[in-house]
Design a protein around this ligand. Structure first.
Ligand code: LLP
Length: 422
């Protein structure tokens, strides 16, 4: 459920007209709904509570690290899952207490580990033996023992897009499930780390509960093995991954997910940590763009927008589907005809949709891409020297620009000529 609906024939985010925001901010821009963020967070945490779970929800900032979005979730009690020093800084800037932040990722640098240790975050999820050794060294130098979980790779097929599946043994992530015990033993001998848990994340946009269950059962077995060997395992971090509907998918509801966790791990007496990203923010955001031209090609009609693949990469990168809707509601019964919706970037990959049935649009019309709150702005680039698009947060009848569109001067200011050219 979300809060983007037509009112008097114009698409609104909560009580604010998208056309009004476009007039004030210009296009393209991302628009997020506070009410939708709150709703998703509440539904998710209530499902966990109803299943009797002692859970800490660490929002995965990678889905949408905008500080205002993170602050909104922080205000509801969310912690954070971060994967870089940049995200850690954004989480802190948004007011998430260090004691609710977990640091994941396959290639944390020494500098990033030092920063995380210095901030005293809750936990670092270690993904390899060399990282384990380095972290122990970094923490020892500061005279601390850093609480860690090892991220294990359970070799489970998440059944999702190959570019976002992470829990198969050929993926770069985590420590191979069968070697985990050995690496835990090594961790026990190191002075700068304290083993507190097991972590696992098998992929993103899962639409079936089965792979989750399979992975959770492997985690359960591992916890038993480790406890039998004297490890005090008290936290289990299950990552994120629960999917959202983009095109008629029916991902399991949070209640089923919570039940799967409770069934497989609920009796272990561990604190459960979860790292949802997409689920919390996906439906809470749209990308708004304006039609620049409508071009009749030899075999098809192209709707050319001012938004492009650099603003929303998911269709180009994963052939992802995003529903496209005009901001002005077409009259009932308006016939739809198939068009290719494209951006201005100079590659054929800059195509949002092929032969998508749409009501007729004209230059100047506004259209939106739905379910763009996750991995939309977060993955944007400046390809073709296009400024990053601004982000707007709506709350009831108010809205605010929560990330400015950089000016061309801002963009050029980062570049300089070497002395032999100036
Ligand atoms: N935890 C870890 C360790 C992760 O790697 C991820 C996502 C998450 C949590 C959050 O997963 P979520 O709940 O959002 O599925 N750019 C891709 C998605 C990449 C996901 C990467 N890892 C996309 O646009 O579909």
């Amino acid at each position: 459920m979300d809060h983007f609906d037509y009112r008097n024939g114009v698409l609104h985010a909560e009580d604010v007209s998208i056309a009004d925001i476009a007039r004030r901010v210009g296009t393209p821009f991302y628009c997020y709904s506070t009410a939708t963020l709150v709703r998703h967070y509440t539904v998710f945490t209530e499902a966990l509570r109803a299943a009797g779970l002692d859970a800490t929800v660490c929002y995965a900032l990678k889905a949408n690290p905008n500080v205002a979005v993170v602050r909104t979730l922080a205000g509801l009690g969310a912690g954070a899952d971060v994967v870089s020093e940049g995200e850690l800084r954004q989480a802190l800037a948004a007011g998430i207490p260090p004691a609710r932040i977990v640091f994941s990722g396959v290639g944390k640098t020494r500098r990033e580990l030092e920063f995380a240790v210095a901030k005293g975050i809750m936990q670092i999820n270690v993904e390899s033996e060399p990282e384990l050794e380095r972290l122990s060294e970094v923490a020892s130098l500061r005279g601390v023992r850093m609480p860690i979980a090892l991220r294990v790779n359970p070799d489970v097929d998440a059944g999702t897009h190959e570019k976002i599946t992470t829990g198969k043994k050929e993926n770069k992530f985590g420590i191979e499930w069968t070697r985990a015990h050995e690496v835990y033993r090594r961790a026990r001998d190191l002075p700068g780390v304290e083993v507190v848990g097991v972590a696992c994340h098998i992929g993103s946009q899962l639409t079936d509960i089965r792979p989750f269950r399979d992975a959770f059962l492997r985690v359960r077995d591992l916890v038993a093995i480790l406890r039998a060997d004297g490890f005090d395992i008290r936290r289990i971090d299950l990552g994120g991954g629960l999917g959202v509907p983009y095109e008629g998918e029916t991902p399991p509801p949070p209640s089923d997910y919570a039940r799967a966790i409770a069934d497989t791990l609920g009796d272990l007496g561990c604190r459960i940590m979860l790292e949802p990203g997409r689920l919390l923010v996906g439906n809470a955001g749209i990308l708004v763009s304006r039609v620049t031209y409508v071009k009749e090609g030899a075999t098809r009609t192209f709707v050319i927008l001012d938004g492009a693949m650099n603003d929303l990469m998911r269709p180009a990168l994963y052939d992802a589907h995003h529903a496209i809707q005009p901001v002005v509601q077409p009259a009932a019964g308006t016939p739809l005809s198939p068009v290719d919706v494209v951006g201005p970037v100079c590659e054929t990959g800059d195509t949002f949709a092929r032969q998508r049935p749409l009501a007729p649009v004209r230059p100047g019309d506004l259209v939106v891409f739905r379910t763009a709150g996750a991995y939309g702005a977060a993955m944007a680039s400046t390809y073709n020297s296009r400024p990053l698009v601004p982000e707007v947060l709506v709350n009831g009848d108010r809205f605010a620009v929560v990330r400015e569109r950089p000016t061309y001067e801002d963009m050029l200011a980062l570049e300089s000529l070497p002395d032999w050219l100036s």
